[in-house]
Design a protein around this ligand. Structure first.
Ligand code: UT7
Length: 325
């Protein structure tokens, strides 16, 4: 009998502090940074985002998301033998956020590690967890995207600071004799390191280089639109499926215009696209599982439906996962 992996529960969490565009515009005005609700909504579709308070880390957001996912799956933390956290904002240089989260959950003993693929991190982590489950290296996994991007933002740079937010999403992925994850397709092209990066690093007790996010938005936009279509088509081909088999497209939530363009290229109406960028902003690796959980909890995504998850971001990285719920 073939062994597959299946999503059996989803969960998510955003911190309590919500900033609408109007709130952010007012905060930035104090610093002499000019922007507007109209510009942000028209260019990105973002209306609000959540920011963590001091002392709250990715593992804290991931913890609540995981508890919600475990409850949905009807499992205890002690049932979990693999935790993969996709994050670019780890709690510390090391150990991994996955190890810190494992301890907070009380799921000690299984494998735990982080995946660093920026905004594509969740599809990368899901693909790794699927492979580990299919080969028998794990049975019950928590796959988590958790980010505190607010800590990387330069609040004097209006071209980036209005775009991002904090949050976490998680899925429980379990071994099953029915699919589950049917196919995935991952890529990276390191020649584009410079178009989206946080170049600073810790060295001899100091942070060297700029530790704040830098992005060439137009370059990222152009690349994203092309690769998201390619990744979706490649994943459908591997799964032996067609565009019409996609019940829900859940793209990385960076910009509504990128999502509209991808949907159009895949001949999908926007009512088949899960959109939460308006409420969360861009939460990097957390955006896909946050969107997935919102649509599951709203009763939109139903068991048996087919989902195409798609990530794209720094690296440059991109990829897609096609699965049946
Ligand atoms: O998560 C990883 C994936 N990341 C992405 O997918 C991001 C991809 N890129 C984008 O989403 C878009 O490129 C942005 C939303 C970042 C920018 O939108 P755009 O339509 O490409 O705008 P632009 O960079 O061409 O800027 C247009 C104008 C400029 O003014 P001028 O030169 O035309 O006078 C900017 O200075 O908008 C100005 N501008 C702003 N104005 C008000 C840039 N940021 C702002 C702002 N408020 N926050």
């Amino acid at each position: 009998m073939r062994r597959y992996s299946r999503v059996t529960g989803t969960g998510s969490y955003v911190p309590p502090r919500r900033l609408t565009n109007a709130d952010l515009v007012a905060e930035l005005a104090v610093k002499g940074v000019e922007t507007s609700d109209d510009w942000i909504v028209e260019r990105t579709g973002i209306r609000a985002r959540y920011f963590v308070a001091d002392g709250i880390y990715s593992s804290d957001l991931g913890l609540v998301a995981c508890k919600n996912a475990l409850q949905a799956a009807g499992l205890q933390a002690t049932d979990i033998d693999l935790i993969i956290v996709a994050t670019s904002t780890p709690d510390m240089v090391f150990p991994s956020t996955a190890c810190i989260l494992q301890n907070k959950l009380g799921a000690n003993g299984g494998a735990a590690f982080d995946v660093q693929a920026v905004c594509s991190g969740f599809v990368y982590a899901l693909t790794v967890a699927d492979a580990m489950i299919r080969t028998g290296a794990a049975n019950k996994a928590l796959v988590v995207g958790a980010e505190v991007f607010s800590r990387l933002l330069d609040f004097t740079d209006r071209t980036t600071c209005v775009l991002f937010g904090d949050g976490a999403g998680a899925v429980v992925l379990e071994a099953s004799d029915t699919p589950g994850i049917l196919a995935s397709d991952l890529h990276a092209d390191g020649k584009y390191v410079g178009i989206l990066c946080v170049p600073g690093h810790v060295s001899n007790g100091h942070v060297l280089g700029d530790p704040l996010l830098k992005m060439d938005g137009q370059a990222v936009f152009k690349l994203a639109v092309g690769v998201l279509e390619e990744a979706a088509r490649a994943t459908l081909a591997k799964a032996g499926k067609a565009e019409a088999d996609i019940d829900w497209l859940i793209p990385h939530q960076a910009n509504i215009r990128i999502m509209q363009s991808t949907a159009k290229k895949l001949k999908l109406p926007m009512d088949k696209v899960v959109v939460t960028v308006d409420q969360h902003g861009n939460t990097s690796a957390a955006s896909i599982p946050l969107a997935l959980d919102s649509a599951v909890r709203a009763g939109r995504i139903q068991p048996g439906q087919n989902l195409m998850l798609e990530g794209v971001g720094g690296g440059f990285t991109w990829g897609a996962v096609f699965l049946t719920m």
